[in-house]
Write a protein that binds this ligand. Structure first.
Ligand code: GCU
Length: 638
């Protein structure tokens, strides 16, 4: 294993997460899931301070703040992260030369992507420095961390002028310990965020969504006792046992008493941690427990206590499994009435700042507008705000990491990056009852390297979480059989998945007449449930052409959905749908001057939330499925 994976330098801590090199052959370290930095699960429930608000920013297109003249290390006149008041220094020493001054640079409100900072940043792709000060009090024995909800794509973090760590990946949380660097009084945090991707990143350069560079989720200073609860996972196993696993970190993680309490169920699990600081306990499912489901999204207050640390969360309990072609939720077959969506709030100028209000506006349309019970959060881990909202509203969730299109599957570091993203995602959200699927990829071309890469991820997901289903959005093959077109699920990866999901765009990316769609056959010999993870057609809201029904008209889109849904009704193993897509979203690949203007218009809602005709087509279809499901359950009820 060459290169740097996780390195600690004496004095100031510098933690580099990513950038490893190794071959794809399964080695022992590859059988255990990727290691991640501090998890600090349920971060909102912890002591500390939210550093959202006013931050100074400064663009650095040539990365001058990292490497200076002829590539030498950046000098004091360019190092944006230095702990210096440039104005004061130059007053004291008029000879001094600084070609930046973070404290007098423009100010923006974070979290937000820089594409909304000002019009010059709309298409900026590169390095931007952010800085703010905050006041803290150092308490002996207390630990301190800087925790980031997400930074797209590579983040370099400094505290009081000292480097604390680098993180690669735009959609998952990361944290660095800063106990030794924090000071009582004013502190200065600086973050250099670089959005540039390459053929080796995850995702690679080309996607079908906008790059929202920057600090797009909250930054927090987290304070913990010397020994703290780093991770706590409480779930219902499909063996009907309620299980809790707690992992302590810090000065004395071992041989420490842990208690997990669910007061509403008068349930307490307790025990002592082992030498590695972890403990697992279980109990029979309390008879009074109301299982979580979309129809009844019951959440329980759960308290985890260990030593001086205490966390309170709201958690739902449910079981999920597959049986033949059926997906069983709490032991009962369920049909997923879903839709796909990107993490982009409603409005003409979104900036990927997902607030509870923005999440409720989007998911509320799925739950109440479409009669849906499922959302595919594409193509990367969305904010925890979104998954907690799905818990509250009662929507099953498909959560995905951005192994998207042509990833460099043959490169060991790229695999390690993807593995770490998966682990960061699962460790953040495995207490979310709503999450049903961990998806390891979207529309990736079949090859040996790809199959091995994705099989590795699927195994990691199972090792990290045995209570959810593993899947991926696959490409589908089309063959001719006795003069009929037949869609065939052939992808060898399915053998590593619980559910086979396919993206199908007959009638949009093919010239099939819409009326012919129901006549297209489907063959799924995998023995597993099938889900249509994507299908869709663009329409510009308000463009009506009842006669000609050209592509991009609302009428075409509505008819496309009508016929595709009719086709879906003929697929015996189909157990779910997540059409592409809830809302029009920004994509640099969509530049039709009349209908697109930089937006993918496959939304059933326009970017401002205007419902298109197709919205009602899908809503009507789901209302019928919902009634059918309720009827079946009534008939099945003792
Ligand atoms: C693909 C892809 C999406 C894309 C969509 C489209 O299937 O997964 O990311 O936006 O198709 O073409 O609109």
């Amino acid at each position: 294993m060459r290169g740097q994976w996780l390195k600690q330098l004496c004095g100031g801590l510098t933690v580099i997460v990513g950038l490893a090199t190794q071959s794809l052959a399964a080695t022992p370290s590859q059988t255990t899931p990727a290691r991640v930095g501090p998890v600090l699960v349920n971060v909102e429930a912890r002591a500390g301070q939210d550093l959202s608000g006013a931050w100074h920013w400064s663009v650095d297109p040539y990365r001058d703040g990292l490497a200076g003249f002829h590539g030498a290390e950046a000098g004091p006149g360019h190092r944006r992260h230095d702990d210096v008041d440039v104005d004061a220094v130059t007053r004291a020493n008029p000879q001094a030369l600084y070609e930046y001054d973070m404290r007098r640079s423009p100010v923006v409100h974070l979290p937000a992507s820089w594409i909304s900072h000002d019009e010059t940043m709309r298409y900026y792709d590169g390095l931007v420095w952010y800085q703010r000060t905050f006041t803290a009090t150092k308490t002996p024995g207390q630990r301190a961390f800087l925790r980031f909800g997400a930074a797209d794509y590579v983040a370099r973090v400094y505290l009081n002028g000292k480097p604390v760590g680098i993180h690669e990946g735009g959609f998952t949380p990361f944290a660095f310990e800063v106990t030794s660097l924090l000071r009582t009084g004013e502190n200065q945090v600086t973050v250099g965020v670089d959005s540039v991707r390459s053929a080796d990143t995850v995702p690679p350069t080309v996607t079908d969504w906008e790059t929202y560079g920057g600090l797009t989720r909250p930054v927090r200073l987290v304070l913990t006792p010397a020994t703290y609860i780093d991770d706590a996972w409480v779930r219902l196993g499909d063996d009907g046992r309620l299980r809790a696993t707690v992992r302590l970190q810090g000065t004395r993680p071992g041989d420490t008493e842990v208690r997990v309490r669910i007061p509403a169920l008068s349930l307490t699990l307790k025990g002592r941690t082992g030498a590695d600081g972890s403990w697992t306990g279980d109990a029979a499912e309390p008879s009074a427990l109301k299982r979580w489901s979309p129809e009844q999204p019951a959440l329980y207050e759960v308290t985890v206590e260990a030593g001086e640390d205490r966390l309170v969360d709201r958690i739902g309990f449910r079981t999920l499994e597959v049986k033949g072609h059926d997906i069983l939720l709490n032991g009962k077959p369920v049909f997923l009435r879903g839709i796909s969506l990107h993490e982009e709030e409603l409005g003409k100028n979104p900036t990927r700042a997902m607030t509870p209000g923005a999440a409720r506006a989007l998911l509320g349309e799925v739950k109440h507008g479409l009669h849906g019970n499922f959302v595919r959060l594409a193509h990367y881990p969305h904010s925890e705000v979104m998954t907690r909202m799905a818990d509250e509203l009662g929507l099953l969730v498909w959560s995905e990491i951005p192994v998207y299109w042509r990833v460099n599957f043959a490169r060991g570091e790229t695999l390690e990056t993807a593995r770490r993203m998966l682990a960061e995602n699962i460790l953040r959200d495995r207490n979310r009852a709503s999450i049903a699927f961990w998806s390891v990829a979207n529309e990736t071309p079949v090859s040996d390297a790809r199959n091995a890469f994705l099989a590795r991820l699927a195994a990691d997901a199972r090792a990290l979480d045995d209570t959810r289903l593993v899947t991926a959005a696959l490409l589908i093959d089309r063959v001719q059989e006795k003069g009929q077109s037949v869609m065939v699920v052939k992808d060898p990866l399915v053998s590593h998945l619980d559910v086979a999901a396919v993206n199908t765009y007959n009638g949009w990316y093919s010239d099939d007449a819409l009326a012919d769609l129901p006549g297209i056959g489907w063959r799924n010999d995998t023995g597993k449930p099938l889900v249509f993870s994507e299908f869709g057609a663009d329409a510009q809201a308000g463009f009506h052409e009842p006669g000609l029904k050209r592509k991009f008209s609302e009428e075409f889109q509505a008819e496309y959905h009508r016929q595709t849904l009719a086709m879906s009704e003929k697929v015996p193993s189909l157990r779910g749908l997540s059409p592409w897509v809830l809302k029009d979203f920004r994509s640099p690949r969509r530049q039709h001057p009349v209908y697109q203007q930089g937006w993918n218009r496959k939304g059933l809602l326009s970017e401002t939330g205007q419902r298109k005709q197709a919205f009602d087509v899908l809503a009507e279809h789901y209302r019928k499925l919902e009634a059918r499901q309720a009827h079946t359950e009534q008939a099945r009820a003792p």
